[in-house]
Design a protein around this ligand. Structure first.
Ligand code: SF4
Ligand code: SF4
Length: 375
């Protein structure tokens, strides 16, 4: 039974400090101040919520740590997989066949065509949405009407965000249906001008993504085919470097979700701290000067009411601005989902305060996405 704070007419009593507040999730049951300032007391409650939210889908509650197991080096969790032990992301186990194939020659995913310009985190700065980089990286000097993004949604993740906007993929992990490379290569056609790997997260199935990107580029040799990634940014830096290189040369971009500035809030909402995310963001930013337009790196943050406010955004935006103030930053209106379906939607007032905070921190390119969700 998932822990709930005490709820009373739209208000919730924090399980740590006892204060009654609006806008906090009954499922998390700990107020934003306590997740930031009393992390040890908050952690016990929050880890229980995360564990129960994973057991529902048959997912491990902790990364595999078998000392004699095979190490997976794809992401920061570094699972050590015994023969029948599943990785935290749920993709592979330590069996030989699984290690050789799962997330490599076959993947858990769905795919669809997204007509351009599309509602993408980076559509306001990218070749598909604006014509940036025409004619080298775009078919048109404006939005690429008539072309499509091949959206590849990987159905696994190494985070456990309690507000996940795409959480229904977890249901598919209960009875996995694998897809082979050929299906996806066949889906690339003359109207495909970009491929976006997202999810879930592409991290746990990166070998498959690279095989697909390579085969697709061979099929469309000499044509524009941008490779983009939308990710929580916690993959092994070796893979991150390869991803960035592929996006740079193809006209695509790496979109990294910076979910919170405070590590305690990050742990509460996503199950893990944000240190690796910020380190990897800075790594990709080292490459930003290699291609002025279109920008190779874009940041985004969902505005989760109660937990993400102007102070969080100011912290994140200042971090980005210290690296490079011209990195585009998209703030995203939030819809109540998954275990935080009792949270309110982002308000217009919160969005305005956060936008102002991001600009005040020195960023030159900030925008609000998903405006239709604002209340
Ligand atoms: S990709 Fe999956 S199996 Fe590999 S380390 Fe990360 S969570 Fe574990
Ligand atoms: S996938 Fe890349 S190129 Fe295509 S719309 Fe999104 S950011 Fe633009």
């Amino acid at each position: 039974m998932i822990y709930r704070g005490t709820s009373k007419k739209g208000s919730t009593r924090c399980g740590v400090c006892g204060e009654t507040l609006k806008d906090i999730s009954t499922r998390i049951g700990v107020c934003p101040t306590c997740v930031r300032t009393r992390p040890d007391e908050s952690r016990i409650r929050i880890e229980k919520v995360h564990a129960e939210s994973r057991e529902m889908f048959g997912l491990p509650t902790r990364p595999a740590a078998n000392p004699d197991g095979t190490e997976c080096k794809l992401c920061f969790l570094g699972c050590r997989l015994g023969p029948s032990q599943k990785g935290y992301c749920g993709i592979r186990n330590g069996g030989r066949s699984s290690l050789r194939n799962d997330g490599r020659t076959r993947a858990l995913l769905t795919h669809y065509y997204d007509p351009l310009p599309t509602n993408c985190v980076a559509d306001w700065v990218c070749p598909g949405g604006t014509g940036a980089g025409f004619p080298q990286y775009a078919y048109d000097s404006g939005p690429e009407v008539g072309y499509y993004n091949l959206a590849v949604f990987f159905e696994a993740c190494n985070f456990n965000c309690l507000y996940c906007q795409n959480w229904s993929f977890k249901k598919n992990q209960l009875s996995p249906r694998w897809t082979g490379l050929g299906t996806l290569v066949d889906a690339v056609n003359v109207n495909t001008s970009c491929i976006c790997f997202f999810g879930g997260d592409p991290g746990p199935q990166l070998p498959f993504a690279f095989r697909l990107a390579k085969a697709a580029q061979e099929k469309r040799s000499g044509k524009i085919l941008r490779i983009c990634w939308e990710t929580n940014g916690t993959m092994n830096p070796v893979w991150l470097k390869k991803m960035t290189a592929l996006s740079l040369e193809s006209g695509g971009c790496v979109k990294i979700d910076l979910k919170t500035w405070n590590p305690g809030t990050h742990r509460a909402l996503c199950g893990w701290g944000n240190e690796k995310v910020l380190e990897n963001f800075a790594r990709v930013a080292d490459w930003v000067s290699e291609r002025k337009s279109p920008p190779p790196l874009v940041a985004s943050t969902p505005l989760v009411p109660g937990y993400i406010d102007e102070d969080e955004i100011y912290g994140l935006a200042s971090f980005i601005a210290r690296i490079n103030p011209d990195i585009p930053y998209a703030l995203l209106a939030f819809a109540p989902q998954f275990l935080m379906d009792d949270s309110p939607t982002t308000s217009t007032d919160l969005a305005r305060r956060c936008l102002e905070a991001a600009k005040r921190a020195g960023l030159t390119r900030v925008r609000l996405g998903n405006e239709h969700l604002l209340c």
